[in-house]
Design a protein around this ligand. Structure first.
Ligand SMILES: O=C(O)CCC(=O)C(=O)O
Ligand SMILES: [Fe+2]
Length: 341
């Protein structure tokens, strides 16, 4: 069993037995050539309350989580007009003079990270899950958290951007509601009581980033838009504007460029679910390179449990022949591990 001191070593299938040399791995990341399908999950039968809808959607979710770890989510109920409004606000924000954006600090508080980081300013991010050493990232981000206590505001908002805050908060609330609707699907997929996860999501992490990737002229030299990594969420909901650039590691070990399917969100499972399921579900590596001639915008929302939630292998994913591979750990501690703190 792994110890608390090395809490999640190997949690992300970020380090499966190497199939390829490091040089070959990097080539595969840089030049995605897989034609394997990223599946689509339509959750509307469940949201509509169709008889058997929850069970069917959960069965598909389970299959996807065991095999690919990424899917296009259709029928999620978030209006496309809201997604478009939040992209418009993101463009406005990133178009501000750098002095204005630079005045927003990058804040580390308890289990949260928020604020603004300009292009190339990312530091120790994801220290324990970066797939290749010395990779560089080239994106700018504005990140807000879900305030754990609404009386104490941690988020720092840009000045003189009327309407920005309310649209971003509206989208964050919509994704939080969506994430919570997934909890009974996860319980069903794992044959757990329907409300199994609820008490761990009373004050969830709902971390939203407005990402901006300037065009990158050349591929190679370990330079990425965002370096190859896994996420530390339970699941991540990604909205992409109309510019590709994200690629995902597929089961063969080859990488696949993600399509943009209008009306869908791209969803992936993160390291926490790997730990809950004793490695049954995946946390799949991904990276971005924006080789287009125009800026790329994307908006991931990282959905995770309460900071104090104890992540331990769920009862249905362990047994005499399948002992827990992970010690219980709080989500707060797992985040510190992720960031190498
Ligand atoms: O911008 C994207 O498409 C992906 C972003 C991402 O992977 C992340 O922020 O963790
Ligand atoms: Fe990611």
């Amino acid at each position: 069993m792994k110890t608390i001191e090395a809490p999640m070593a190997g949690t992300a299938p970020a380090t499966p037995q190497r199939k390829f040399s490091e040089e070959e791995e990097i080539r595969l990341m840089d030049y995605p050539d897989s034609t394997e399908e990223i599946p689509l999950l339509d959750m509307s039968p469940y949201l509509r309350g169709e008889p058997g809808g929850r069970e069917r959607v959960a069965a598909r979710l389970k299959e996807i989580s065991e095999t690919v770890g990424f899917f296009y989510l259709a029928g999620h109920g978030i209006p496309q007009s809201l997604i478009e409004r939040v992209f418009a606000e993101s463009r406005r924000f990133h178009g501000l003079p750098s002095g204005v954006k630079g005045a927003i600090p990058w804040i580390d508080r308890d289990s949260h990270k928020t604020g603004y980081l300009g292009v190339g300013q990312e530091r120790s991010e994801r220290t324990n899950v970066n797939i290749i050493s010395d990779a560089k990232s080239l994106y700018a981000r504005f990140t807000i958290i879900r305030e754990p206590d609404p009386r104490v505001e941690t988020n720092v908002w840009p000045e003189n951007l009327p309407g920005f805050k309310s649209v971003v908060l509206e989208y964050q609330a919509a994704v939080e509601a969506l994430g919570k609707k997934f909890l009974p699907l996860w319980s069903t997929a794992l044959e757990l009581p329907l409300d199994f996860f609820d008490r761990m999501f009373e004050i969830p992490h709902v971390t939203l980033s407005l990402l901006h990737y300037p065009p990158q002229k050349a591929i190679g030299g370990r330079q990425y838009g965002i370096a190859p990594h896994t996420d530390n969420s339970m699941m991540t909901f990604l909205a992409q504007a109309n510019i590709p650039g994200l690629a995902v590691r597929m089961p063969s070990g080859h990488w696949r460029l993600v399509d943009i399917i209008p009306g869908t969100l791209l969803v992936n499972t993160g390291n926490v679910i790997v730990r809950w399921t004793n490695d049954q579900f995946l946390s799949t590596k991904h990276r971005v390179i924006n080789t287009n001639s125009v800026d790329r915008y994307s908006i991931p929302v990282f959905f995770g449990p309460n900071a104090d939630a104890v992540i331990e292998v769920v009862p249905t994913c362990q047994g005499a022949l399948n002992p827990p591979r992970y010690e219980p750990i709080t989500y707060r501690a797992s985040r510190k591990w992720y960031y190498g703190e």
